[in-house]
Design a binder for this molecule. Sequence first.
Ligand code: G3P
Length: 225
Amino acid sequence: MKLFIDDANIEAIKELNEYYPIDGVTTNPSILAKAKRDPRETLKEIRDVIGEDKIIFAQAVDLSYEGMIRDAHMIMDLLGKNTVVKLPSTPTGFKAMAALKKDGILTCGTVVYTPMQAYLAAKAGASYVAPYVNRIDNMGYDGVGVVKKIQNILENNGMDCEVLAASFKNSMQVLELAEYGVGNATCAADVIKGFVKNAAIDGAIQDFVNDFEALTGKTSMSELD
Ligand code: G3P
């Protein structure tokens, strides 16, 4: 499963990109709004931080068909290769996905709350579909279960489209989908940082250093005479 950062905080992206096996960054207009500056600057800076080989997802904002096409081309001009344009999984979005596929622009059907939205986005030509796990949970449904159903629909119909599961609040939701073979997950920076935040792990690592120091008086192999 590929892992993306669902965030536009540049410092957090720098840190996670340096220390974690990250495949790229996903954004949406609300995430960009949190950065409180020109969204084009934020997106360009994200591209500079992660380099041209990792993927950035950026969302078209305009809700008209013509506007989605314009936004998509503007996003591609801004961010270059390895960019995916997110479009809402609505009838207008489906039309734009089909048109952009003909132009060679990769799209992601986003705002997916139901398997039917995902099926139609995939059929329209989206390369990814983004179901919102935690938001579905909050509606009283089973977010992880909906993602599994979407994965089955894509696989069993041989559709050329991957799941990009989004809206996570904890590592168990992510791991369950990794175990199921879902292709991509995107999580906010604080959720990723929580993946290995565990007192038992920290304690065990410190014990190794303490034991070595008690034996040698040193805290690293390279310090030994
Ligand atoms: O892009 C979709 C995703 O960011 C939604 O996440 O945490 O706002 O539910 P959240």
